[in-house]
Design a protein around this ligand. Structure first.
Ligand code: AP5
Length: 216
């Protein structure tokens, strides 16, 4: 399975990607998670990305294309993959298309999640993330077993700095201006399927599975 997940911030891409990767045994390639790790580790990429991420803006294509090329050079993409948060611009989509053509691993399906602004705001406001493994939780919708603590590694959960209200507004703007044009881009290539992200995580997962059955 070679899949791209598209959707506004907080729609639930990371939550669904993690479940899909567990179910299908393929790597979860989240550029947001990779960038947060690079910022934490103080790498060159992290230094270039930090100010954009803090402002809720997209990191420039030249940086991101380098990140994704490096990620695919590991070779585990031949088992399949779920791309979560990449591509986010038409330039990134074109670069991905030629990279995957070179590797003989073309995208099979692009799922576009839709959610109302009200849903997005509610999900992001209640999100708490594990700073170590980056698993997202939600105080109301996906609470950890013990309040404030990651189920997997016992780390204290925290709010992402870009989850504050004014940053979320900027991220939504970036989505509408720079990422939403990917919907017609992939529609034209016959790869796009829309899935409503409004239901519970399990129901959304079942809707995604239905869309993927045609690939089995
Ligand atoms: P990134 O980390 O990719 O952020 P995002 O796209 O804004 O997505 P989120 O992580 O906010 O949300 P999600 O859709 O994954 O939702 P989640 O599953 O967590 O990117 C961060 C930044 O990095 C960008 O702003 C940019 O600066 C930079 N960046 C990354 N990639 C880039 C690229 N390619 N180019 C340029 N810059 C890039 O769920 C949200 C919450 O809702 C959680 O609390 C969860 O528990 C809950 N939830 C999930 N599903 C449901 C449900 N069905 N019902 C109820 N609650 C739910």
């Amino acid at each position: 399975m070679r899949l791209v997940l598209l959707g506004p911030p907080g729609a639930g891409k990371g939550t669904q990607a993690a479940d899909l990767c567990r179910r299908f045994g393929v790597p979860h390639i989240s550029t947001g998670d990779m960038l947060r790790e690079s910022v934490k580790a103080g790498t060159e990429v992290g230094k270039k990305a930090q100010s954009y991420m803090e402002a809720g803006k997209l990191v420039p294509d030249a940086v991101m294309i380098g990140v994704i090329e490096e990620r695919f050079s590991r070779g585990d993409g031949s088992r399949g993959f779920v791309l979560d948060g990449f591509p986010r611009t038409v330039g990134q989509a074109e670069a991905l298309e030629s990279l995957l053509a070179r590797l003989g691993l073309p995208i099979q399906r692009v799922i576009s999640f839709s959610a109302s602004d009200e849903t997005i705001v509610e999900r992001i406001a209640g999100r708490r993330t594990c700073p170590a493994c980056q698993t997202p939780y939600h105080a109301r919708f996906q609470p950890p077993r013990k309040a404030g603590v990651c189920d997997r590694d016992g780390e204290e959960l925290a709010q992402r700095p870009d989850d504050r209200e004014e940053k979320v507004r900027e991220r939504l703007r970036a989505y509408r201006d720079q990422t939403a044009p990917l919907v017609p881009y992939y529609e034209k290539r016959g790869l796009l399927r829309g899935v409503s992200a409004e239901a519970s995580p399990d129901e959304v997962f079942r809707a995604v599975e239905k869309v993927l059955t045609a690939l089995a």
